[in-house]
Design a protein around this ligand. Sequence first.
Ligand code: FE2
Length: 387
Amino acid sequence: MGRLGWALVMYTLEKIFEGAQDFLPLLGTDYVEFYVGNAKQAAHFYKTAFGFQSHAYRGLETGSKDSVSYVLTQDKIKLMLTTPLTSKSPINNYIVKHGDGVKIIALWVEDARQAYKETTSRGAKSYMEPTVEKDEHGEVVRAGIYTYGETVHLFVERKNYNGAFLPGFKKWESDYNPPIAGLKYIDHMVGNVGWNQMDVWVKWYEDVMGFENFLSFDDKQIHTEYSALMSKVMSNGNGRIKFPINEPAEGKKRSQIEEYLDFNEGAGVQHIAVATDDIVATVTQLRLNGVEFLSTPPEEYYKAVPDRLEAFSHELREDIESLKALGIMIDADEEGYLLQIFTKPVEDRPTLFFEIIQRMGAKGFGAGNFKALFESIEREQAKRGTL
Ligand code: FE2
C-alpha cells in the first residue's frame, strides 16, 4: 500500500476511534430554562430589552395547574421562563434559595435514553428518568441529570416531533413583537463553583459527559490588584457545547466569584454568552432598549488595541471609535480576534449576567480582557459594598 493508502487507513481509524470515544453525541443547546419569581414580567423584559420573540406557552389555559412557562426565541436561542402558581410547587424552593436563575441547560440529542444510560452509568445523579411526552405533533423523549449546584442537564430527543416546542405547550401569539437584536446562538455558558471544586467538575465533565479540557486559566493570569479566579473551559466532542467552569482564588478582597456564590447560595450558572454577527448594531440596539452594561474600559485600554491586534497580524474590521463609544472589548489570538461586552446582572442579586460576543476567527474567551473586565466588575462590587 502506498503512502496515500496508509494515510487514508490511519485517517479512517482515527475517525472510528473518535466516534467510539464520543459516547454522548450532542447536536447543540436545545433550550435554557430559568426559574423566576414572575415569568410574565421576565418574558416582557427579554422581549423588550434583548429582542426575543414570543414562541410557546404553557399555563392554566393549557391545563398546567402548578406552574406557567413562557418560551422565547431569537434565531437558534430558546429561553424558557418558569414560575410556580402555588406555594406547593417545588420550584419555590429554588427561587427562595437562589433567586431568579438558570435551572436547566437542555441539550439536543439523537437518543435521550442512550444519553441518560451513558451518563448515569458513569456516575451522574439522576434528575429525571427517560420520559415520553406526546401530542398530535408526535413525541419527545426527555431525561435529565444533575450537574453543579442544583443545575440540571436535560437530554431532549425531538426527532419524532414537529410541534412548535414541546408537548403540553401551545404556540404563543402576541400583539407585542419588538424587533430582534441580532442574537444568533449560545456560544458558551459558564458555571461558578466553590473553593477547590473546579477540578472536581472538570473531572465530572470528562468522566460523565466525555468532554475535554479545551483551555485553562490560572489565578496568575486572571487577577487584579484585589481579586483572582481560576477557569477551565470544557468542550464536547464536536465543539458545539462549551462550558467554562470558574472557581474563586485567594486575593486581597472578595472576588466576583465569591460574591456570586454568596448571593446565589451555592454553585450555578454565572453567565450566558450569546453570539452576534454584528456586535456594533446589536449593542447599539440593546443599549437603546435599556440593557445595562459594565462600565467602558479606560482610554488606555483602547490605545493598546492596535498593538494587540498587530502582534498577531490581524486587522480590525470595525471602527475602533464605535467600539469605544459602546464599551465593546477586543481580544486576539493566533487564529483571529473577538469582540465582547458584558451586561450587569439581570436580576437584583449580583448573580447571572449575559455576554454578547462576535468571533472574528478567535476561539478563546477574551483572556486578554479579563483584567479590564474584573476592574470594571470590582467598581460595581465596591458600590454594592461587597468587594
Ligand atoms: Fe464568557
